[in-house]
Design a protein around this ligand. Structure first.
Ligand code: CP
Length: 348
Protein backbone atom coordinates (compact mmCIF):
# COMPACT_ATOMS: atom_id res chain seq x y z
CA UNK A 1 0.00 0.00 0.00
CA UNK A 2 1.54 3.29 -1.06
CA UNK A 3 1.56 6.31 1.19
CA UNK A 4 1.36 8.55 -1.87
CA UNK A 5 -2.08 7.36 -2.91
CA UNK A 6 -5.30 6.06 -1.49
CA UNK A 7 -5.49 2.42 -0.38
CA UNK A 8 -6.71 0.04 -3.06
CA UNK A 9 -10.44 -0.48 -3.19
CA UNK A 10 -10.88 1.99 -0.42
CA UNK A 11 -13.01 4.83 -1.62
CA UNK A 12 -16.60 4.77 -0.36
CA UNK A 13 -17.63 7.44 -2.89
CA UNK A 14 -16.38 10.51 -4.76
CA UNK A 15 -14.42 9.13 -7.72
CA UNK A 16 -14.57 12.52 -9.48
CA UNK A 17 -12.92 14.25 -6.56
CA UNK A 18 -10.25 11.55 -6.50
CA UNK A 19 -9.30 11.87 -10.15
CA UNK A 20 -9.23 15.67 -9.88
CA UNK A 21 -6.52 15.36 -7.24
CA UNK A 22 -4.53 12.43 -8.55
CA UNK A 23 -4.65 13.48 -12.20
CA UNK A 24 -1.77 15.97 -11.84
CA UNK A 25 1.81 14.68 -11.91
CA UNK A 26 2.95 17.01 -9.12
CA UNK A 27 0.19 15.98 -6.71
CA UNK A 28 0.72 12.32 -7.55
CA UNK A 29 4.32 12.62 -6.37
CA UNK A 30 3.60 14.46 -3.16
CA UNK A 31 2.66 12.84 0.15
CA UNK A 32 -0.91 14.19 0.49
CA UNK A 33 -0.44 14.71 4.23
CA UNK A 34 2.30 17.27 3.65
CA UNK A 35 2.22 20.68 1.96
CA UNK A 36 4.72 21.81 -0.69
CA UNK A 37 7.17 22.70 2.11
CA UNK A 38 6.90 19.28 3.81
CA UNK A 39 4.74 20.57 6.68
CA UNK A 40 1.99 18.31 8.07
CA UNK A 41 -1.49 19.46 7.00
CA UNK A 42 -3.48 16.23 7.40
CA UNK A 43 -2.65 13.11 9.42
CA UNK A 44 -3.80 10.06 7.46
CA UNK A 45 -1.16 7.36 8.06
CA UNK A 46 2.30 6.91 9.57
CA UNK A 47 3.39 5.05 6.44
CA UNK A 48 5.82 7.24 4.54
CA UNK A 49 5.76 10.01 7.16
CA UNK A 50 9.34 11.30 7.62
CA UNK A 51 11.09 10.53 10.93
CA UNK A 52 11.52 14.23 11.74
CA UNK A 53 7.75 14.81 11.41
CA UNK A 54 6.99 11.89 13.75
CA UNK A 55 9.65 12.98 16.26
CA UNK A 56 8.32 16.56 16.05
CA UNK A 57 4.86 15.35 17.07
CA UNK A 58 6.26 13.32 20.01
CA UNK A 59 8.37 16.30 21.16
CA UNK A 60 5.39 18.67 20.89
CA UNK A 61 3.31 16.27 23.01
CA UNK A 62 5.81 16.33 25.93
CA UNK A 63 4.77 19.67 27.49
CA UNK A 64 1.07 18.89 26.90
CA UNK A 65 1.32 15.92 29.31
CA UNK A 66 1.95 18.29 32.22
CA UNK A 67 -1.10 20.44 31.39
CA UNK A 68 -3.17 17.73 33.09
CA UNK A 69 -1.47 18.62 36.39
CA UNK A 70 -2.56 22.27 36.21
CA UNK A 71 -5.68 23.65 37.82
CA UNK A 72 -6.74 25.19 34.49
CA UNK A 73 -6.05 22.48 31.90
CA UNK A 74 -6.27 24.75 28.86
CA UNK A 75 -4.04 26.53 26.36
CA UNK A 76 -5.39 28.91 23.68
CA UNK A 77 -3.75 27.31 20.62
CA UNK A 78 -7.05 26.43 18.88
CA UNK A 79 -9.18 29.27 20.23
CA UNK A 80 -11.83 30.16 17.64
CA UNK A 81 -11.35 26.89 15.72
CA UNK A 82 -14.04 24.23 15.28
CA UNK A 83 -13.15 20.54 15.57
CA UNK A 84 -15.76 18.12 14.19
CA UNK A 85 -15.63 14.53 15.48
CA UNK A 86 -17.06 12.25 12.75
CA UNK A 87 -17.13 8.74 14.19
CA UNK A 88 -18.86 6.32 11.82
CA UNK A 89 -17.60 3.42 14.01
CA UNK A 90 -17.79 2.90 17.76
CA UNK A 91 -15.07 4.26 20.02
CA UNK A 92 -14.44 4.93 23.69
CA UNK A 93 -10.77 6.00 23.98
CA UNK A 94 -10.13 7.74 20.66
CA UNK A 95 -13.32 9.80 20.45
CA UNK A 96 -13.20 10.89 24.06
CA UNK A 97 -9.50 11.75 24.12
CA UNK A 98 -9.84 13.74 20.87
CA UNK A 99 -12.66 15.70 22.50
CA UNK A 100 -10.61 16.33 25.65
CA UNK A 101 -7.57 17.27 23.55
CA UNK A 102 -9.53 19.76 21.42
CA UNK A 103 -11.14 21.31 24.52
CA UNK A 104 -7.74 21.63 26.23
CA UNK A 105 -6.59 23.52 23.13
CA UNK A 106 -9.65 25.81 23.59
CA UNK A 107 -11.36 24.69 20.36
CA UNK A 108 -15.12 24.40 19.91
CA UNK A 109 -15.91 20.68 19.63
CA UNK A 110 -18.85 19.29 17.70
CA UNK A 111 -19.56 15.56 17.99
CA UNK A 112 -21.72 14.60 15.03
CA UNK A 113 -24.27 12.00 16.04
CA UNK A 114 -23.87 9.80 12.99
CA UNK A 115 -26.93 7.66 13.77
CA UNK A 116 -29.11 10.79 13.82
CA UNK A 117 -27.36 12.53 10.91
CA UNK A 118 -28.45 12.73 7.27
CA UNK A 119 -25.98 9.98 6.29
CA UNK A 120 -28.75 7.63 7.47
CA UNK A 121 -31.00 9.23 4.79
CA UNK A 122 -28.51 8.45 2.03
CA UNK A 123 -26.36 11.59 2.01
CA UNK A 124 -22.85 10.81 0.76
CA UNK A 125 -19.79 11.21 2.97
CA UNK A 126 -18.49 14.09 0.83
CA UNK A 127 -21.84 15.92 0.82
CA UNK A 128 -21.87 15.67 4.62
CA UNK A 129 -18.33 17.07 4.69
CA UNK A 130 -19.22 19.95 2.34
CA UNK A 131 -22.12 20.92 4.58
CA UNK A 132 -19.93 20.87 7.68
CA UNK A 133 -17.31 22.98 5.89
CA UNK A 134 -20.11 25.46 5.20
CA UNK A 135 -20.53 25.59 8.99
CA UNK A 136 -16.84 26.69 9.24
CA UNK A 137 -15.23 23.41 10.27
CA UNK A 138 -11.46 23.70 10.73
CA UNK A 139 -10.52 20.10 11.63
CA UNK A 140 -12.30 16.84 10.89
CA UNK A 141 -11.45 13.85 13.11
CA UNK A 142 -12.70 10.85 11.16
CA UNK A 143 -13.20 7.20 12.08
CA UNK A 144 -14.70 5.02 9.37
CA UNK A 145 -15.07 1.28 8.71
CA UNK A 146 -13.91 1.85 5.11
CA UNK A 147 -10.15 1.99 4.63
CA UNK A 148 -9.35 5.23 2.81
CA UNK A 149 -12.34 7.32 3.92
CA UNK A 150 -10.25 10.03 5.71
CA UNK A 151 -7.88 10.02 2.74
CA UNK A 152 -10.79 10.63 0.38
CA UNK A 153 -12.02 13.57 2.47
CA UNK A 154 -8.54 15.14 2.52
CA UNK A 155 -8.22 14.79 -1.27
CA UNK A 156 -11.68 16.30 -1.73
CA UNK A 157 -10.84 19.31 0.46
CA UNK A 158 -7.48 19.85 -1.27
CA UNK A 159 -9.07 19.56 -4.72
CA UNK A 160 -11.76 22.12 -3.92
CA UNK A 161 -9.53 24.88 -2.54
CA UNK A 162 -10.20 24.03 1.09
CA UNK A 163 -6.74 22.87 2.10
CA UNK A 164 -7.03 25.11 5.20
CA UNK A 165 -9.48 22.47 6.54
CA UNK A 166 -7.58 19.56 8.05
CA UNK A 167 -8.33 15.84 8.39
CA UNK A 168 -7.08 13.55 11.14
CA UNK A 169 -7.59 9.83 10.68
CA UNK A 170 -8.99 8.32 13.89
CA UNK A 171 -8.93 4.78 12.44
CA UNK A 172 -10.01 3.60 8.97
CA UNK A 173 -10.90 -0.04 8.40
CA UNK A 174 -7.86 -2.21 8.82
CA UNK A 175 -5.64 0.41 7.14
CA UNK A 176 -4.31 2.89 9.69
CA UNK A 177 -4.76 4.39 13.16
CA UNK A 178 -1.99 6.98 13.16
CA UNK A 179 -2.74 8.73 16.46
CA UNK A 180 -2.85 5.33 18.21
CA UNK A 181 0.51 4.54 16.59
CA UNK A 182 1.87 7.90 17.81
CA UNK A 183 0.63 7.41 21.36
CA UNK A 184 2.16 3.94 21.36
CA UNK A 185 5.47 5.42 20.16
CA UNK A 186 5.21 8.13 22.81
CA UNK A 187 4.65 5.50 25.51
CA UNK A 188 7.61 3.39 24.36
CA UNK A 189 9.88 6.45 24.19
CA UNK A 190 8.69 7.61 27.64
CA UNK A 191 9.68 4.33 29.29
CA UNK A 192 12.59 3.20 27.08
CA UNK A 193 14.06 6.51 25.82
CA UNK A 194 15.78 5.36 22.59
CA UNK A 195 14.14 3.31 19.82
CA UNK A 196 17.50 2.37 18.34
CA UNK A 197 18.30 -0.45 20.78
CA UNK A 198 14.87 -1.98 21.34
CA UNK A 199 13.11 -5.24 20.59
CA UNK A 200 9.34 -4.78 20.35
CA UNK A 201 6.89 -7.69 20.04
CA UNK A 202 3.46 -7.09 18.49
CA UNK A 203 1.24 -10.04 19.37
CA UNK A 204 -2.00 -11.41 17.96
CA UNK A 205 -4.35 -10.34 15.19
CA UNK A 206 -1.95 -8.32 13.04
CA UNK A 207 -3.97 -9.24 9.93
CA UNK A 208 -7.00 -7.10 10.83
CA UNK A 209 -5.21 -4.49 12.93
CA UNK A 210 -4.82 -0.86 11.85
CA UNK A 211 -3.11 -0.31 15.22
CA UNK A 212 -0.37 -2.84 14.40
CA UNK A 213 0.22 -1.42 10.93
CA UNK A 214 0.61 2.15 12.20
CA UNK A 215 2.87 1.15 15.08
CA UNK A 216 5.09 -1.03 12.88
CA UNK A 217 5.52 1.81 10.34
CA UNK A 218 6.38 4.23 13.15
CA UNK A 219 8.84 1.89 14.88
CA UNK A 220 10.71 1.04 11.69
CA UNK A 221 10.84 4.71 10.59
CA UNK A 222 12.36 5.65 13.96
CA UNK A 223 15.05 2.98 13.65
CA UNK A 224 13.85 0.19 15.97
CA UNK A 225 16.23 -2.65 15.08
CA UNK A 226 13.88 -5.55 15.88
CA UNK A 227 10.12 -5.47 15.51
CA UNK A 228 8.43 -8.87 15.84
CA UNK A 229 5.03 -9.97 14.61
CA UNK A 230 3.92 -12.84 16.85
CA UNK A 231 0.78 -14.84 16.10
CA UNK A 232 -0.79 -17.78 14.31
CA UNK A 233 -0.40 -17.98 10.53
CA UNK A 234 -4.12 -17.27 10.09
CA UNK A 235 -3.79 -13.88 11.83
CA UNK A 236 -0.62 -12.58 10.16
CA UNK A 237 -0.83 -10.93 6.72
CA UNK A 238 0.82 -12.69 3.77
CA UNK A 239 4.31 -11.26 3.25
CA UNK A 240 4.15 -9.47 6.61
CA UNK A 241 7.98 -9.52 6.57
CA UNK A 242 7.79 -6.79 3.89
CA UNK A 243 6.75 -4.42 6.70
CA UNK A 244 10.21 -4.94 8.24
CA UNK A 245 9.23 -7.39 10.98
CA UNK A 246 10.49 -10.82 12.11
CA UNK A 247 7.75 -13.41 12.28
CA UNK A 248 7.23 -15.78 15.23
CA UNK A 249 4.45 -18.34 15.54
CA UNK A 250 5.68 -19.57 18.94
CA UNK A 251 4.77 -16.85 21.44
CA UNK A 252 7.39 -17.80 24.03
CA UNK A 253 10.15 -17.61 21.40
CA UNK A 254 8.77 -14.31 20.13
CA UNK A 255 8.70 -12.75 23.60
CA UNK A 256 12.28 -13.75 24.42
CA UNK A 257 14.29 -10.60 25.19
CA UNK A 258 11.51 -8.11 24.33
CA UNK A 259 11.67 -4.58 25.80
CA UNK A 260 8.02 -3.88 24.97
CA UNK A 261 5.11 -6.21 24.23
CA UNK A 262 2.07 -4.81 22.43
CA UNK A 263 -0.98 -7.07 22.68
CA UNK A 264 -3.66 -6.71 20.01
CA UNK A 265 -7.39 -7.18 20.25
CA UNK A 266 -8.93 -10.02 18.26
CA UNK A 267 -10.87 -8.05 15.62
CA UNK A 268 -13.81 -10.45 15.44
CA UNK A 269 -15.90 -7.87 13.55
CA UNK A 270 -13.40 -7.94 10.65
CA UNK A 271 -12.86 -11.71 10.50
CA UNK A 272 -14.44 -13.58 7.62
CA UNK A 273 -14.95 -17.23 8.55
CA UNK A 274 -13.34 -19.18 11.39
CA UNK A 275 -9.69 -18.19 11.74
CA UNK A 276 -9.36 -19.56 15.27
CA UNK A 277 -10.39 -22.86 16.88
CA UNK A 278 -11.78 -21.16 20.05
CA UNK A 279 -11.10 -18.28 22.43
CA UNK A 280 -9.79 -20.77 25.00
CA UNK A 281 -7.37 -22.33 22.53
CA UNK A 282 -6.20 -18.85 21.44
CA UNK A 283 -5.52 -17.84 25.06
CA UNK A 284 -3.55 -21.05 25.65
CA UNK A 285 -1.16 -20.27 22.77
CA UNK A 286 -1.23 -16.46 22.40
CA UNK A 287 -2.79 -15.05 25.58
CA UNK A 288 -0.26 -13.06 27.64
CA UNK A 289 0.25 -14.65 31.07
CA UNK A 290 2.89 -13.99 33.76
CA UNK A 291 4.52 -17.27 32.78
CA UNK A 292 4.91 -16.29 29.09
CA UNK A 293 5.91 -12.71 29.97
CA UNK A 294 8.86 -14.10 31.98
CA UNK A 295 10.54 -14.77 28.60
CA UNK A 296 10.83 -10.99 28.01
CA UNK A 297 13.31 -8.65 29.71
CA UNK A 298 12.63 -8.07 33.43
CA UNK A 299 11.84 -4.39 32.79
CA UNK A 300 9.52 -5.10 29.84
CA UNK A 301 6.48 -2.86 29.39
CA UNK A 302 3.11 -4.38 28.43
CA UNK A 303 0.78 -2.39 26.17
CA UNK A 304 -2.68 -2.86 24.68
CA UNK A 305 -4.63 -0.30 22.60
CA UNK A 306 -7.97 -1.35 24.09
CA UNK A 307 -10.64 -2.44 24.22
CA UNK A 308 -9.16 -5.49 25.98
CA UNK A 309 -10.63 -8.97 26.03
CA UNK A 310 -9.44 -10.27 29.38
CA UNK A 311 -8.84 -13.99 29.44
CA UNK A 312 -8.62 -14.08 25.62
CA UNK A 313 -5.68 -11.84 24.66
CA UNK A 314 -4.35 -11.05 28.11
CA UNK A 315 -4.63 -12.39 31.64
CA UNK A 316 -5.94 -9.90 34.20
CA UNK A 317 -2.87 -10.47 36.38
CA UNK A 318 -0.73 -9.04 33.53
CA UNK A 319 -3.18 -6.35 32.40
CA UNK A 320 -3.34 -4.98 35.96
CA UNK A 321 0.22 -5.96 36.90
CA UNK A 322 3.43 -4.03 37.54
CA UNK A 323 4.66 -4.19 33.92
CA UNK A 324 1.40 -2.87 32.42
CA UNK A 325 1.37 0.67 30.97
CA UNK A 326 -2.05 0.27 29.37
CA UNK A 327 -3.71 3.15 31.24
CA UNK A 328 -0.76 5.56 30.84
CA UNK A 329 -1.13 4.91 27.08
CA UNK A 330 -4.64 6.38 27.26
CA UNK A 331 -3.44 9.44 29.18
CA UNK A 332 -0.56 10.05 26.75
CA UNK A 333 -3.12 9.83 23.93
CA UNK A 334 -4.60 13.18 25.00
CA UNK A 335 -1.23 14.95 24.76
CA UNK A 336 -0.38 13.29 21.43
CA UNK A 337 -3.74 14.31 19.94
CA UNK A 338 -3.24 17.88 21.23
CA UNK A 339 0.16 17.86 19.50
CA UNK A 340 -1.26 16.63 16.17
CA UNK A 341 -4.12 19.15 16.08
CA UNK A 342 -1.96 22.09 17.17
CA UNK A 343 0.70 21.28 14.55
CA UNK A 344 -1.69 20.92 11.60
CA UNK A 345 -3.64 24.04 12.60
CA UNK A 346 -0.41 26.04 12.85
CA UNK A 347 0.58 24.82 9.39
CA UNK A 348 -2.38 26.68 7.89
N1 CP B 1 -7.66 2.07 20.79
C1 CP B 1 -8.84 2.47 20.26
O1 CP B 1 -8.91 2.91 19.11
O2 CP B 1 -9.89 2.40 21.12
P1 CP B 1 -11.37 2.89 20.79
O3 CP B 1 -11.91 1.98 19.72
O4 CP B 1 -12.12 2.81 22.09
O5 CP B 1 -11.27 4.30 20.27
Amino acid sequence: MSSAGPPQGAAPSGGAARSAVWGGAASAMRNPQLDAHGALTHLLTLEGLPADVITGILDTAEPFVSIAEREVKKVPLLRGKAVFNLFFENSTRTRTTFEIAAKRLSADVINLNIGASSTSKGETLLDTVDNLVAMDADIFVVRHAQSGAPHLIAQHLNAHGRSHVHVVNAGDGRHAHPTQGLLDLYTIRHYKRDFRNLTVGVVGDVLHSRVARSLIHGLTTLGTPEVRAIGPKTLLPAQVEALGVRVFHDMREGLRGCDAVVMLRLQNERMKGALLPSAGEYFKHYGLTEEKLAMAKPDVIVMHPGPMNRGVEIDSAVADGARSVILPQVTFGIAVRMAVMSIIAANG
